[in-house]
Design a protein around this ligand. Structure first.
Ligand code: TMP
Ligand code: ASP
Length: 237
């Protein structure tokens, strides 16, 4: 399958049409941004790691019964995916306090929750992806109640699977962001990516951050952290 036209360029990926109207090609870049694009940089080799990691996790999730857009890895940075209409919600699942949760509610990072927290933001860069609840999402007609119920169910299933998988790799899954899309028949499937850009991953033994927070917070060792989580994942292939 060949790239035809550039359909969309995001902060970390480009999306191309193909000869098949039901399939797209995603190309992962090394560009990194944070704080809604305010901070810009490059994480050398990130595109390759995020592509390969996301594909391996998506394949595992599909085998575990969680439908998603992954079709075939085409090259180090490029993947064939099913075309969906993205539901404009950023779906965040949290197992341990961190990031904007800690900031918003004034709690330390690193406090485990008794049950996962599911959070939605409105995927809208101009508004800075504001937090919203189900009734806001319904009022804005971002999704139907049935779709939101399904998205929540799938997000929690992803959390259960990935927490267990990462634990086997000696990595604690703190939180992550998912995006979902609609197939032409209306079926909701998981889309976008699952990578150190979109997850908080802490070394289970030392608590060391192995994700994009190293870039967001200028902690250094960003490339090494991405390579380390990839190495741990590959050991479990
Ligand atoms: P937060 O604590 O900043 O709200 O982030 C929660 C999780 O979502 C964290 O794993 C990083 C991920 N995330 C994204 O993937 N994209 C984003 O734009 C933001 C803000 C967070
Ligand atoms: N990628 C997002 C942005 O640029 C934010 C983040 O991941 O922190 O804004």
């Amino acid at each position: 399958m060949e790239k035809k036209e550039l359909l969309y360029e995001g902060k970390a990926k480009k999306v191309y049409t193909t000869d098949d109207p039901s399939l797209l090609i995603v190309a992962y870049k090394d560009d990194a941004t944070a704080f809604n694009g305010l901070k810009k940089g490059t994480i050398v080799g990130k595109g390759v790691i995020n592509n390969q990691m996301s594909n391996r996790l998506m394949a595992r999730l599909a085998a575990a019964g969680i439908p998603n857009h992954f079709v075939e890895e085409l090259s180090e940075r490029e993947t064939l995916v099913k075309k969906v209409t993205i539901v404009p919600l950023e779906v965040i699942v949290r197992n341990i306090s961190a990031g904007s949760f800690s900031k918003r509610y004034g709690v330390d990072e690193g406090i485990p929750f008794e049950a996962p927290v599911v959070e939605f933001s409105y995927k809208n860069d101009a508004l800075g992806d504001p937090l919203l609840n189900t009734s806001h999402a319904l009022a804005l007609k971002l999704a139907t109640r049935e779709e939101i119920d399904r998205i929540r169910e799938l997000a929690l299933a992803v959390d259960r699977y990935l927490q267990d998988f990462w634990a086997q790799c000696g990595v604690t899954l703190v939180d992550f962001k998912l995006e979902f899309g609609r197939l032409p028949d209306g079926t909701i499937i998981l889309a976008d990516e699952i990578s150190p850009d979109t997850c908080r991953l802490w070394d289970s033994a030392t608590g060391e951050k192995l994700d994009k927070d190293r870039f967001r917070r200028d902690l250094g060792g960003v490339e090494d952290a991405y390579a380390e989580v990839m190495r741990r994942l590959m050991e479990h292939e």
